[in-house]
Design a protein around this ligand. Structure first.
Ligand SMILES: Nc1ncnc2c1ncn2[C@@H]1O[C@H](COP(=O)(O)OP(=O)(O)OP(=O)(O)O)[C@@H](O)[C@H]1O
Ligand SMILES: [Mg+2]
Length: 331
């Protein structure tokens, strides 16, 4: 095992110049109404290569949405760096960030609240084109029709209002709106979790198809590990504001190096009950999980993990690493 103490995660990741490079990103929410400050994002680093998807997983409150918002400059960072297409966003003037928005877009979980009910689909899709002056006026209708085609909607829907559409169709409109400015990078924050299972599969297939056709890079935030396994080239596992494991999807799911990743994977129900029982008998997850500093694995984790010491990054293999607070720097 190769150990690089305090190395920046993903320092040796993809060969192509990344579309997005996040380094040591932190977001601290100040104390409010007696509640203490929250370090929602705590030293997060990763990269996303052109045309690739990084899946961001972790339990509720681990900081996934805040990470996405801080990358898009919708939430000020307390520290660290975000480079999009080689340009630093965190120190950029506001006007320039606004211009950079045509390269980075957001697709949110709830297609019901993210579309203005008083705007027709035509207006919803025209607005970003006007804001970014990316298409001449006489080409607008053509561009809107093209966007609708990208997401599998008929051109005549431009006259209709969001309420006339199903959840899946609305999410198609949200995706078309995100694509209007021809972005390089899209944050998809739980993009299908408000939809029924069949519609989920259709929207995931659509996102995949658009990635292939348009060369998009995605940060794909999701609870559903099975879905992330299907869509992501690489996966980052977040725990308590930090990335505790990062690697190619097959590595992270196949040989998880961090007990927290293992715990997340173990929470996925295995359809065959006999296999589930055999698995539990072979390795009682709770004991494994709490073994703490005595564990022989690359990271020992344990109850004090979030509170103790400075984490060290350990590379386990090519582009696959874990963070551990207990393991000695040289170990
Ligand atoms: N505007 C805010 N002010 C204060 N605290 C916040 C704010 N937004 C988020 N937090 C806190 O930051 C932490 C991370 O929240 P975040 O929404 O990023 O988690 P998440 O991983 O996206 O969770 P979920 O899976 O439930 O969407 C949580 O403790 C949350 O309560
Ligand atoms: Mg969230």
């Amino acid at each position: 095992m190769m150990v690089v103490a305090n190395a920046v995660p993903d320092a040796r990741a993809p060969a192509a110049e990344p579309v997005l490079r996040v380094r040591d990103l932190s977001v601290v929410f100040p104390p409010r109404r007696g509640a203490p400050a929250v370090r929602a994002v705590d030293g997060v680093s990763f990269e996303i290569a052109p045309g690739q998807t990084l899946g961001l997983v972790g339990e509720s409150g681990s900081g996934k949405t805040t990470t996405g918002r801080a990358i898009l400059q919708l939430q000020p960072a307390s520290g660290g760096s975000v480079q999009l297409l080689g340009r630093e966003l965190t120190t950029m003037a506001r006007g320039e960030v606004r211009r950079m928005r045509r390269h980075m877009q957001f697709v949110l979980q709830n297609p019901y609240s993210s579309l203005n009910p008083r705007m027709t689909v035509g207006r919803i899709l025209t607005e970003p084109l006007l804001v970014h002056r990316s298409v001449p006026k006489d080409r607008m209708a053509e561009r809107v029709a093209q966007l609708l085609g990208f997401v599998g909607l008929e051109p005549d829907v431009v006259q209709r209002y969001p309420h006339a559409f199903s959840g899946g169709q609305r999410q198609r409109i949200v995706i078309a709106r995100a694509l209007a400015v021809n972005p390089d990078f899209v944050v998809c924050d739980e993009p299908v979790s408000a939809l029924d299972v069949r519609t989920q599969a259709q929207i995931v297939a659509l996102l995949h198809d658009l990635q292939q056709r348009l060369g998009l890079s995605y940060l794909f935030i999701a609870h559903d590990l099975a879905m992330v396994r299907n869509v992501a080239h690489r996966v980052a596992v977040m725990f308590s504001g930090q990335v505790v494991e990062l690697g190619d999807t097959a590595q992270v799911f196949g040989q998880p190096g961090h007990p927290y990743t293992q715990a997340l994977l173990d929470a996925v129900p295995i359809p065959d009950p006999a296999r589930q029982r055999a698995k539990l008998a072979a390795s009682p997850p709770d004991v494994e999980f709490r073994r703490g500093a005595a564990a022989a694995g690359p990271c020992c984790f344990g109850e004090d993990h979030a509170r103790t010491g400075t984490p060290h990054w350990h590379w386990l293999g090519d582009g696959h690493g874990v963070s551990c607070r207990f393991r000695p720097e040289s170990g």
